[in-house]
Design a protein around this ligand. Sequence first.
Ligand SMILES: [Cu+2]
Length: 169
Amino acid sequence: MKNKETYLESGQRYNGSISILITSLLVIFTLTFFGCESSTDSGTNGDTNGNGTPPPPEANEVTMGSASFNPGNLTIETGTTVTWINTSNEVHTVTSGSDGNHDGLFDSGNMNPDDEFTYTFNEEGTYPYYCIPHLNMGMTGTITVSDNGNGGNQENNSGNGGNNDDSGY
Ligand SMILES: [Cu+2]
């Protein structure tokens, strides 16, 4: 602000129209400066995200690099919601199935950078998935759902069914 005032004062001494010119130039410089700052920020983020190495994911999270899921294999328990986050600058999909054959279970559609997709796995099993645009680059992953918690009760219930009664001969 002190610099601006100094310019204004010196400008007014010589010519009023010069001070107006200087003022408008200062405004333009200020706008340009802030414009550069904000674009530098997003550029820094873009560099960090665009290196192909996704940042380490949190629990039950899968991040997406330029052509990879991280982690590629994730093991969870039944009832867990997995969150995929597109941490790259590419468009990706999270599409269930293998070898490019969508099995219809889930499909995120196109995910732009920073988009998130969630799916809750309620049944144990192995769930392969892939990215449609980058299948050719080997962008695939697998969710393995183990039956540690809730699923155990279901197993016990079904196992205890008629077998116990029959076995009491
Ligand atoms: Cu992809």
